[in-house]
Write a protein that binds this ligand. Structure first.
Ligand code: C2E
Ligand code: MG
Ligand code: MG
Ligand code: MG
Length: 281
């Protein structure tokens, strides 16, 4: 790097690197106290079922309100949480919070929680989930765990045993960001997923790239044969929604249906009949 540039350039990059790593260390230190200071919160993004034309649940998405930096996105702090091991404490908090929120919603509404690979290192995670469900008095079938293919690559053995235990408990498992990792089809055979979530990059391109539409259609028909439901992520336009309806996608999620909102906002969505009118076929 910077081979052809003068010595001043190298120095500039080194200083820039220093600044990045100092910044990261500061963020790390702040994140360590974030749970205790109650700076983390969840927002909830709806799933819309296209047969029933109703909201069937919400995905819980983590947010960090940093005292001086403002809102830090998960793409910035989840990797730090994973590297430092803070993900265990944070992940537990997410599960407890999600279950506690679910308690206030009707019985036919589920909550989906995102998992990090590192959480599979910790076998205590199962006990945490069982306890969180019991404390909130919600049926395990209403809890879904979202994992990605890359997690299975790195931690297949421990992931498989924890996922199977979760299924025995009655919870469900969804394969997130489907199509962006490797060996997807192998995992579909080996692990009992209830849902796959087609990555938003496919949904974004499917109406402009015919090969992309072909992939989305094939995934839906494959999933149907395997008795797995399909959720399309990142639906932003009515054209995309119409197309997904045509090709029999089970559920959709995206800014068109609803952005992530507070628990109160989610409750309001459940109370309103407006969605039905907007999205009815
Ligand atoms: P994800 O699980 O694939 O979540 C979907 C992301 O896409 C969310 O970003 C959501 O806000 C965004 N999104 C939803 N609909 C649309 C749309 O129509 N258009 C566009 N452009 N984006 C849309 P967010 O909340 O920033 O989360 C990013 C990622 O961070 C998540 O991807 C997930 O991998 C991770 N994450 C979030 N919360 C948690 C958590 O509690 N634990 C762990 N381990 N990871 C989390
Ligand atoms: Mg997800
Ligand atoms: Mg996703
Ligand atoms: Mg359905």
């Amino acid at each position: 790097r910077a081979k052809k540039a003068g010595p001043g350039t190298v120095r500039f990059f080194e200083e820039a690197d220093d600044k990045v790593s100092r910044d990261r260390k500061a963020l790390q230190a702040d994140l360590a106290g974030a749970v205790a200071r109650e700076e983390l919160f969840l927002v909830f993004q709806p799933f819309l079922d296209l047969d029933e034309n109703r909201i069937t649940g919400f995905e819980a998405l983590l947010r960090w309100q940093h005292p001086s930096r403002g809102l830090v996105p998960p793409s910035e702090f989840i990797p730090i949480a994973e590297e430092t091991g803070l993900i265990h404490e944070i992940g537990e908090w997410v599960i407890r919070r999600a279950c506690a929120t679910l308690k206030d919603w009707p019985d036919d509404i589920r909550v989906a929680v995102n998992f990090s690979a590192a959480q599979f290192h910790n076998t205590g995670i199962l006990q945490t989930i069982v306890q969180a469900l019991a404390d909130a008095k919600v049926a395990p079938a209403r809890l879904e765990i979202e994992i990605t293919e890359s997690m299975l690559l790195s931690k297949y053995g421990s992931a498989a045993s924890i996922l199977n235990a979760l299924l025995e408990l009655g919870a469900t498992v969804a394969l997130d960001d489907f199509g962006t990792g490797f060996s997807s089809l192998t995992y579909l055979r080996k692990l009992p997923f209830s849902r796959i979530k087609i990555d938003q990059s496919f949904i974004r391109d499917m109406l402009v790239q015919p090969d992309c539409a072909a992939i989305v259609k094939s995934v839906i028909s494959l999933a149907r044969d395997l008795d797995i439901e399909v959720v399309a992520e990142g639906v932003e336009t009515t054209d995309q929604l119409d197309y997904l309806r045509q090709i029999n996608c089970d559920e959709v999620q995206g800014y068109l249906i609803g952005r992530p909102v507070s628990a109160e906002g989610a409750q309001a969505l459940l109370d309103t009949k407006k969605l039905r009118a907007i999205f009815a076929a």
